[in-house]
Design a protein around this ligand. Structure first.
Ligand SMILES: O=C(CO)COP(=O)(O)O
Ligand SMILES: [Zn+2]
Length: 213
């Protein structure tokens, strides 16, 4: 497959994912951003765009360090996408949303910064795993870069305080799957607040990993 065709397909894949997230209310307004690895570069949604209307020829190209290469000005979170992909060589895509329930959890006081959500269900343990909470910085503040890169070495999903989740996956489909699981688990967590709850035990979580789930 020629490089041009490949990039066309990846552009189409980003737009399909963007529409899917927007149409289902998983991100709103001009929030959220997506990226896919293309060789040494990343295709990323442009800053200020709505995932409901951004078009394939409006995507930006950045390098592995997060520097703008071509196209419109990239997402202000492009540096986070680049940091996650540097930290996770097996990953090929990153998704960031302001999905309501995950954003709500990111505003709670007293969360465990090493694990913001308990493993309530097997699918959360399988698709997301441990979820570190990163400290609050204004959107686009690159001060977050070293902490994000460090946390991403051992975690595919991060929760940005008072903001929302960012998730890397081996494919865009896998990253979407994981961020949707994260959102649903955040919803369960809030539904269950104040009720006696029994998350999976560490042994149950280990057994899922042992069976490659
Ligand atoms: O989610 C966002 C900021 O955190 C949206 O920013 P961009 O429009 O620059 O992608
Ligand atoms: Zn954001």
């Amino acid at each position: 497959m020629s490089r041009a065709t490949n990039r066309d397909e990846q552009r189409a894949e980003i737009i399909a994912a963007a529409r899917s997230l927007f149409q289902r209310g998983l991100t709103h307004g001009s929030t959220g951003n997506l990226s896919v690895r293309v060789g040494e570069h990343l295709l990323v949604t442009p800053t200020g765009s709505s995932l409901g209307t951004v078009e394939a020829d409006e995507l930006s190209l950045i390098d592995a360090a997060g520097a703008h290469v071509s196209g419109p000005r990239p997402s202000k979170e492009a540096f986070l996408h680049a940091a996650m992909l540097r930290a996770r060589p097996e990953a090929n895509a990153v998704v960031h949303t302001h999905s309501t329930y995950a954003a709500a959890v990111s505003c709670l006081d007293g969360l465990d910064p090493e694990d913001a959500l308990p493993p309530l269900t097997a699918y959360f343990a399988m698709r997301v795993g441990r979820l570190p909470l990163l400290p609050y910085f204004a959107p686009g503040d690159q001060v977050l870069e070293p902490a994000a890169e460090e946390a991403a070495r051992t975690h595919a999903a991060l929760l940005l305080s008072n903001h929302g989740p960012i998730v890397a996956g081996t494919s865009l489909g896998a990253a979407l799957d994981a961020i949707e699981e994260l959102e649903e688990t955040a919803k369960l967590f809030l539904l269950l607040r104040g009720l006696p709850t029994r998350p999976l035990t560490p042994e149950q979580v280990r057994a899922l990993a042992r069976h490659g789930k």
